[in-house]
Ligand binder design. Structure first.
Ligand SMILES: Nc1nc2c(ncn2[C@@H]2O[C@H](COP(=O)(O)OP(=O)(O)OP(=O)(O)O)[C@@H](O)[C@H]2O)c(=O)[nH]1
Ligand SMILES: [Mg+2]
Length: 299
């Protein structure tokens, strides 16, 4: 008999390997924002997939990194480490291009921890491999490095091999009742998702001009039957960044606002009026009070 299984699966790995992209692909909706830039995810976000035979509660985490140290990155690393003791399965993600020293560092951390669940290695971005025959040696190498419960190559972007991954994860989930209502997609509020959508558009549209110092808050949220009015602030760390975010004649900010608004309208299923400001929050990534205020404190 196929007994129902349910549990938590943490996805961890260095920044930019595709953790959030995979979670969105698995649950079939955008729950976690993604971008080409490292450290896009700053919060722990749960995303739920309920199938007739199992409920998978994925926990997206900020990419682990040790260079470019800040109080924020330290908090993010601590958050991921703490999480490991609370989940049933860990999905360690690397890229199909091969192992990097940072990947090995995370794998070692997992190997030396006692009490965390089985680790499934997820090799992502296989669509980027020009020669598929490079995959087998990589799987062999991975097996030699650590004793993974399973190794599954996927392409999060193309949605390849996701059923194989779900099968491998299900086998390692405990038997039990669903943890969330079957219709629930995430533990995060609509307001949180809207804030993140604005941050995603800003990160994506600003290219490499402002790498890491952006934060977003929503101060005003009035919703009626027919529409919603939102007021949001983009926080930057330097005065010179304000001008970049606003752009010539306010063009950049308008573009960010337009793209974010369209996505928030889909989320709320009603027209949205979005007003935005750009403000200076000096060195907020090293300021505990500000990290708290921006909602990154409890990660
Ligand atoms: N070609 C290809 N690109 C991918 C794949 N999965 C993710 N990407 C891209 O990789 C980049 C990083 O993806 P994210 O999902 O934001 O990565 P992440 O691991 O969540 O990153 P952090 O939140 O910064 O830790 C984005 O530009 C994605 O479009 C994949 O399977 N194939
Ligand atoms: Mg992410």
């Amino acid at each position: 008999m196929n007994e129902f299984r349910a549990g938590l699966i943490a996805l961890i790995g260095r920044p930019n390997v595709g953790k959030s992209t995979l979670i969105n692909a698995l649950v079939g909706q955008k729950v976690s924002i993604t971008s080409r830039k490292a450290q896009t995810t700053r919060h722990r976000i749960r995303a739920v997939l309920t199938r007739p035979d199992a409920q998978y509660v994925f926990v997206d985490t900020p990419g682990l990194q040790w260079e470019r140290k800040s109080l924020l990155s330290e908090r993010m690393n601590a958050c991921a480490a703490q999480l490991l003791g609370q989940v049933d399965v860990v999905g360690l993600m690397i890229e199909a291009r091969g192992w990097r020293p940072e990947d090995e560092r995370i794998a070692e951390m997992l190997a030396t921890r006692t009490g965390s669940g089985p680790v499934v290695l997820i090799i992502n971005k296989i669509d980027r491999l020009r020669e598929r025959n490079r995959l087998l040696p990589l799987i062999d190498e991975s097996q030699r490095r650590h004793s993974f419960a399973d190794i599954v190559p996927v392409s999060a972007e193309r949605g390849d091999q996701l059923d194989e991954l779900l099968k491998a994860l299900r086998e390692r989930l405990p038997r039990g009742e669903p943890l969330f209502e079957p219709g629930q997609l995430t533990d995060r509020s609509v307001r949180f998702l809207a804030t993140e959508m604005i941050r995603e558009k800003a990160i994506r549209l600003l290219g490499d001009e402002i790498p890491y110092g952006l934060a977003v808050t929503i101060e005003r949220w009035t919703e009626s039957e027919g529409h919603a009015v939102l007021g949001a602030t983009i926080w930057v760390e330097r005065e010179s960044h304000r001008g970049i975010v606003i752009g010539a004649d306010g063009g950049k900010l308008k573009q960010i606002g337009r793209q974010a608004r369209l996505e928030i309208e889909r989320l709320l299923e009603k027209p949205v009026h979005l007003e935005m400001w750009v403000k200076l929050g000096r060195r907020w990534r090293d300021d505990a009070a500000q990290i708290e205020r921006l909602g990154y404190g409890m990660l």
